[in-house]
Design a protein around this ligand. Structure first.
Ligand code: SF4
Length: 236
């Protein structure tokens, strides 16, 4: 998947503008109210910490070629820290796996200035605001997908999309269809790999590394490690 109409010399400014427009977005009233309520009320353990309380931009290597797509910021994770999968159990599980697979320089992700750097991988989400019960409405995802579209355009060539969970999977396919790509019907399942079409990236589906999945054994460390090994075969 290759981007068109991108002035590569102007990329830093375009990334800067995109991040500003994401962080300033108030398009979904329900999510704006929720993210700000959570940031105001805070969890007891974080009551002395200022929450981010805004939409969360994508994070990682702006050259791709791997695009990891999550669901939405965790209320007390990315909505608190301002960075994708940072500061909660999902992030702990994810970044440990990415470190072990060689995509991250450290296994921990606790706050914006913790030194975390991703290699060959950019992490985004189909919804940038923390939703109540981790469930964005379909119209909220539709409102938000243009931000992911713009990230994809700026990244340039993407070889693999890794969808973390069914909502991220469906949202990613919806975006590609909206862009005019003829994507067949694909059903979500852990470690399923899909060829989306000529000149399109491969898609790897994974269960989401939520506490609900990792603490119940639905997603184990070995199952998750398999995903990142699968990805490597498309990077040669
Ligand atoms: S979910 Fe996306 S579109 Fe909706 S308010 Fe947040 S950033 Fe804006």
């Amino acid at each position: 998947m290759k981007s068109g109409c991108v002035d590569r010399a102007d990329l830093p400014r375009q990334w800067d503008e995109l991040e500003k427009s994401i962080v300033a977005c108030r398009r979904c009233p329900r999510l704006v109210a929720w993210r700000e309520q959570v940031a105001r009320e805070r969890r007891r353990a974080y009551r002395d910490i200022s929450y981010w309380g805004k939409p969360v931009p994508g994070f990682g290597d702006r050259h791709g070629p791997v695009l990891v797509v999550g669901l939405a910021p965790g209320a007390h994770g990315a909505n608190r820290t301002g960075r994708m999968f940072t500061g909660d159990g999902s992030g702990e599980f994810l970044y440990k796996a990415l470190y072990q697979a060689g995509y991250a320089n450290q296994p921990d992700s606790s706050h914006l200035d913790d030194g975390l750097i991703l290699n060959q991988m950019f992490i985004t989400a189909v919804c940038r605001c923390a939703p109540p019960r981790n469930k964005p409405k379909s119209e909220e995802i539709s409102n938000c997908l243009p931000f992911m579209a713009e990230e994809i355009r700026l990244i340039g060539e993407i070889k693999v999309i890794v969808a973390l969970g069914k909502i991220a999977f469906d949202g990613s396919l919806m975006l590609l269809r909206q862009q005019g790509h003829n994507i067949g019907r694909h059903s979500f399942g852990h470690a399923r790999v899909f060829k989306l079409g000529e000149d399109l990236p491969w898609m790897v589906a994974s269960y989401h590394p939520s506490r609900q999945n990792t603490q119940t054994g639905r997603l184990t460390k070995d199952m998750f490690a398999e995903i990142w090994e699968l990805v490597k075969q498309f990077l040669c």
